[in-house]
Design a protein. Sequence first.
Length: 176
Amino acid sequence: MRIQRPAVCSLLGLCALALTSLAAAAQAESLGAKYGSREPTRCADTSDPASGAPSVEQASQYLKRTMEIEGGGPSLYLLEDLELQVAPRGRAYDRQAPISDVDPTQPIFDIRGSYLLYQCSPAYSSASGSNLGANCYTYAHPKAAGVCWKTSFGDWGCSMSDRNHGGQTRDVAPPQ
């Protein structure tokens, strides 16, 4: 039996429509919904300030934008209770401490502070159990230090951690 071209086109069209619908449904579930948490921080504009140190508010937003991600596992990482200081003067970029997207001609600004890092697994509820409202670990970072930098595209990035951070707390509700 020979398949006629219009039937093949209809079949391909239906397959394309089904794949498009599946992709749209997958995107419809936000990260916050998947983990039962708030959404990760996103910044519309990461280019300010054009020169000089970012303000504490800007650095806080850029730090969250850089560090609030969905990682392997899968896990969603979120920052809460953030307290931050930004050094008023920049310093030269140290090539011995590489930052992948740094503009080495721009100054680096030291930051320090504290935060609570949430590591959340996807929320679920089924006949065999549930982790709703208890799907996160938290890690206190009371003496965190890091840097803010300009990328080669002129955007800001910030990162900091506390290598001697406190232990973990299990079965914590995700931040809202």
